[in-house]
Write a protein that binds this ligand. Structure first.
Ligand code: NAI
Length: 332
């Protein structure tokens, strides 16, 4: 079978890390038809819209999408392409594993946890308005339907991966209605998964516990903003943003991208770490049920880190993006 994969190069280091990842995927020998499409600042400059309708339609139709980071102006300008893509295509689950890589300098060894982030509502609903000058409101929307969907995704992930526990992370002591609903729904869903332990943790305590003992967590499920922040924290626990992959999954489409952004400070220099997007491509291969190819790429990346002689600047090395990719290809 030939897979139709949309590739969105994105902004900043996006084109560099997507090209690097495409080279690795091509080396698996799988038959892939690349469908390049624009999004982000690059799309705004080229066709006048940050998320063109053709891109959206192509992502919906393809077997999967590999996406580079897209820049979003802060406090002004167009709405985040990521938020719009996730909402319009109902990519309700954001799956962000944090797993230690051998030989990577970090505070902890053998971290292996998963952050499951609700991807379509919460404070990212995009419902903001100015009440009167100097006063604005942002709506934090929590629905039972989306909470149930994401809780099921977390438990099903735990079951599929043989994981032991799901922790609901929330602030239901203060946000009694919204996070109260989220927590109650997670508790109810847990009853259908008796072999998996369930507990809950208030977000501030969870942040502290993660930094002191990340091994205390297995699968963590939470609403959108908490998941955005906590998954950067967990990326930091295993070596930084250059290493953290993610998947945005819905019933009709899936988009695989790094947790990091467009890194304008190092864009165009050929020194970005492509690992996060390569490991996102591994998640894509698993989603496509290409387990052998996924294992081959992941093992090659881990072998390069275990050897330790080829590392990009974010990890204290001197290798360029290209040198790192060549090392992974040699291991494959
Ligand atoms: P960032 O993740 O782009 O950069 C933060 C720091 O990490 C920078 O020092 C950068 O050089 C470093 N870094 C990130 N990825 C790296 C890599 N692969 N290799 C080596 N170093 C790396 O976050 P920032 O600066 O807050 O955001 C920049 C832009 O990216 C913003 O416009 C933001 O909206 C966008 N963004 C897009 C995302 C996406 O498309 N999924 C996710 C996060 C941010």
């Amino acid at each position: 079978m030939t897979y139709q994969i949309v590739v969105i190069p994105g902004d900043g280091i996006g084109p560099e890390v997507t090209a690097a990842t495409q080279r690795i995927l091509e080396a698996t020998g799988l038959s892939i038809q690349w469908l390049p499409h624009l999004a982000g600042q690059a799309a705004l400059d080229a066709v006048g819209h940050p998320l063109p309708a053709e891109t959206l339609a192509a992502v919906q139709k393809a077997n999967a999408t590999l996406k580079g980071p897209t820049a979003t102006p802060s406090g002004t300008g167009f709405r985040s392409v990521n938020v719009e893509l996730r909402q319009k295509l109902r990519l309700y689950a954001n799956y962000r594993p944090a797993r230690s890589l051998p030989g990577v300098p970090s505070r902890y060894e053998n971290v292996d946890l998963v952050v499951v982030r609700e991807n379509t509502e919460g404070l990212y609903s995009g419902l903001e308005h100015e009440v009167v000058p100097g006063v604005v409101e942002s709506l934090r929307v929590v629905t039972e339907q989306a909470s149930e969907r994401i809780a099921r995704f977390a438990f099903e992930t735990a079951r599929r991966q043989g994981r032991k526990r799901v922790t609901c992370v929330h602030k239901a002591n203060i946000l009694k209605l919204s996070d109260g609903l989220f927590l109650r729904t997670c508790r109810r869903v847990a009853e259908s998964f008796p072999e998996i332990a369930f507990d809950d943790c208030i977000i501030d305590a969870a942040a502290m516990k993660l930094v002191i003992n990340p091994h205390a967590f297995d699968v963590m499920v939470m609403e959108n903003l908490f998941g955005d922040i906590v998954s950067d924290l967990t990326a930091g626990l295993v070596g930084g943003l250059g290493l953290a992959p993610s998947a945005n999954v819905g019933d009709e489409a899936a988009v695989f991208e790094a947790v990091h952004g467009s890194a304008p400070d190092i864009a165009g220099k050929g020194i970005a770490n492509p690992t996060a997007l390569i490991l996102s491509a591994v998640l894509m291969l698993r989603y496509l049920r290409e387990r052998a190819a996924a294992d081959r790429v992941e093992n090659a990346v881990r072998a390069v880190f275990a050897r330790g002689d080829v590392r990009t600047g974010d990890l204290g090395g001197k290798a360029t993006t290209e040198q790192f990719v060549n090392a992974v290809l040699a291991e494959m």
